[in-house]
Design a protein around this ligand. Structure first.
Ligand SMILES: Nc1ccn([C@@H]2O[C@H](COP(=O)(O)OP(=O)(O)OP(=O)(O)O)[C@@H](O)[C@H]2O)c(=O)n1
Ligand SMILES: C[C@](O)(CO)[C@H](O)COP(=O)(O)O
Length: 254
């Protein structure tokens, strides 16, 4: 395995959370024990030992600094807030990479993790970091698709769409985060990609035929997207701590 010099963690947190249909962006909604989604995600990543956390927020968002002040004072200097939010998630990530110019080296690892995914466990973090560090371009977490997949007529704001076919789920995975990619490769790919086809970091690299490796992760690393996801994420987050999975590490690779 090649030596990992530096890992920068970018946490896109500039979304409006439209699908949550809440008055407050989802990153500031209460998750559990009086803590917001943002606080819970940051505490989990700090507890897992990540050193350089960058929370990328939207212009005009004045709430992130207050959340950071709630973190353990001994850990606060590991978290930086950058107002690098863009129109789409990919814009937020690229703006943050550009803001790191001169600080990040070309082969540093950039670990992008949705702030709306508080339930990342230590063993998965270790696995994706180890694979990315040993790869040329990078690696992402994912889980195999487990439901039957249907193609329907175009979405028409109605609940009863006609089904046109069943799509084979062979070889299909759900992409999760973290997605861990070397700085120069990720920045160049996002700058040059056809952005209409970019929904995650890996999809930008795929356009230039970089090999991004898929690492099997836990399916409970959910993204809070719909209103019902909030209670589920709170349950999973607490349970992962109670059963010792949250901070358990992968066995050291040989
Ligand atoms: N312009 C954007 C859009 C999204 N995100 C972040 O990317 C993550 C995953 O995106 P998603 O779940 O799509 O969040 P939202 O865009 O907030 O949700 P919605 O699409 O429902 O509005 C979230 O942490 C979100 O804050 C971001 O930083 N900048
Ligand atoms: C990056 C991502 O989390 C992978 O599943 C996801 O694509 C981001 O959310 P969005 O709803 O596609 O913006």
């Amino acid at each position: 395995m090649s030596e990992v010099k530096t890992v920068w963690t970018i946490l896109p947190a500039a979304g409006a959370g439209r699908r949550m249909r809440a008055a407050t962006p989802k990153q500031y909604l209460h998750l559990l024990d009086g803590k917001s989604v943002m606080q819970c995600t940051l505490e989990r990543l700090l507890a897992l030992g990540l050193q350089r956390l960058i929370v990328a927020i939207a212009p005009g968002d004045s709430r992130a600094a207050a959340v950071c002040e709630l973190l353990d004072p001994a850990q606060q200097d590991r978290v930086e807030v950058m107002t690098t939010g863009g129109l789409e998630r990919a814009d937020t990530v690229l703006n943050t990479l550009q803001a790191l110019s001169g600080r990040a080296a070309d082969d540093d690892l950039i670990l992008v993790h949705d702030l709306a995914r508080p339930c990342l466990c230590g063993a998965d973090l270790d696995a994706v970091l180890t694979t990315a560090a040993g790869s040329r371009a990078g690696a992402i977490l994912g889980t195999p698709v487990s439901d039957t997949l249907k193609r329907c007529v175009p979405w028409a704001r109605r609940d009863d769409l006609p089904i046109t076919e069943t799509v084979s789920r062979d070889l299909l995975w759900r992409a999760l985060t973290p997605q861990v990619i070397r700085y120069a490769v990720l920045r160049q790919s996002l700058e040059q990609a056809d952005r209409s086809r970019v929904t995650d970091e890996a999809s930008a690299l795929e356009q230039f035929e970089y090999e991004v490796l898929m690492v099997a992760g836990r399916s409970d690393n959910i993204k809070i997207t719909q209103p019902e996801d909030l209670a589920l994420a709170a349950f999973i987050y607490r349970q992962q701590h109670e059963d010792g999975m949250a901070l358990a590490r992968a066995p050291a690779s040989t």
